[in-house]
Design a protein around this ligand. Structure first.
Ligand code: HEM
Length: 304
């Protein structure tokens, strides 16, 4: 009698133990986040931010050298001449980031054994496709209260636009920047007047890129109501499952249906890491907005 009671008790304890494990597992799973960006993507984006802001600050210091703010900043950079050297250093960083990304795409192509065409037009590619037209129309209807929020997929149309804007920008700004950097070499091939043209193109494209990144890109990523005041996914690489389901419903549905969602679930970062990320984010946002205020001021009150 005593013995069977103890066996029953043991069984009961085992069941309670198993239930606890299942409960713990569920809680742990609920806490898991969706991994959206690889480590290399995140590092490259951080280096892109650092180099872009540095290039914009030093470049605008040269462009608006007649404003008080440019004089103030030039002192921080060690003078106008050294602002030019800092500019060249970060130009090398930015071009290296771009080349590393191209190399990463090449590695992806080899890994997936695809042709360039196959890679560029693959399922989750960032290349524009017919769905983007549907999403643009759907978004306009949603803004006007004439429909639901579109079922966005892995990449939204505005993210694709931002991505290709960098390709175009690097080509135009980089080639004209190199012309300004090595004028003697360039004018051994091109006519002398091209230096003046390169200065105008470089300067105006820089203004366009800076204006776009620190207003439209900032609004689309950080200031829209769902993300305000900041979306840190590009730094942490991960987002909560609830947010992911709402943000990218089409991709979420596909991953659940194919049973692949689990592959992308990861532990969240500790609070201290998130805090450090937010400090970096606030610094970048503040510098970007300050540059916009400076450009508007220079254009309205001091433009020459
Ligand atoms: C990525 C490759 C780049 C290269 C190779 C490059 C190179 C240069 C060089 C050599 C100059 C002349 C500097 C001097 O006079 O000492 C210059 C000027 C300038 N750069 Fe860049 N740069 C690049 C990217 C950028 C970016 C991304 C921006 C802005 C976001 C920018 C904004 C400017 C501006 C505003 C000027 C002053 C132009 C003027 O005098 O009107 N540059 N750049």
């Amino acid at each position: 009698m005593e013995e069977s009671k103890s066996i029953d008790m043991q069984k009961e304890e085992k069941i309670v133990e198993e239930e606890k494990t299942i409960e713990l597992h569920t809680i742990k799973k609920e806490k898991l986040q969706f991994q959206r960006f690889t480590r290399l993507n995140r590092v490259l984006h951080i280096l892109m931010i650092v180099s872009f802001i540095s290039l914009a600050l030093t470049g605008m210091t040269l462009k608006f050298s007649y404003t008080g703010w440019a004089v103030f900043l030039s002192h921080l950079f060690g003078g106008f001449e050294s602002a030019g050297y800092i500019h060249r250093f970060f130009a090398v960083v930015m071009v290296s980031v771009f080349l590393t990304h191209l190399f990463d795409l090449f590695k992806m192509k080899m890994r997936e054994k695809k042709t360039w065409k196959g890679l560029i037009f693959s399922k989750d590619s960032i290349m524009f496709n017919r769905n983007d037209v549907k999403d643009i129309i759907g978004t306009l209807k949603w803004f006007l209260g004439m429909g639901e929020r579109p079922q966005y997929d892995r990449w939204t149309y505005w993210e694709k636009f931002d991505y290709f804007a960098v390709f175009w920008g690097i080509f135009v700004i980089g080639s004209t920047g190199l012309t300004l950097w090595f004028p003697e070499t360039m004018t051994s091939i091109l006519p002398g007047w091209f230096i003046n043209v390169a200065t105008i193109i470089h300067s105006d494209e820089a203004l366009l890129a800076t204006g776009f990144i620190f207003t439209i890109h900032f609004f689309n990523t950080h200031l829209r109501p769902e993300k305000f005041p900041m979306d840190i996914v590009i730094f942490s690489g991960r987002t909560s499952l609830e947010e992911y389901k709402i943000d990218r419903p089409a991709e979420y549905k596909k991953l659940v249906e194919s049973g692949e969602l689990e592959k992308y679930l990861v532990e969240p970062y500790p609070t201290i890491v998130i805090r450090a990320i937010k400090v970096f984010g606030w610094i970048a946002l503040s510098l970007g907005f300050s540059i916009i205020v400076w450009i508007i001021y220079a254009m309205i009150f001091a433009y020459r």
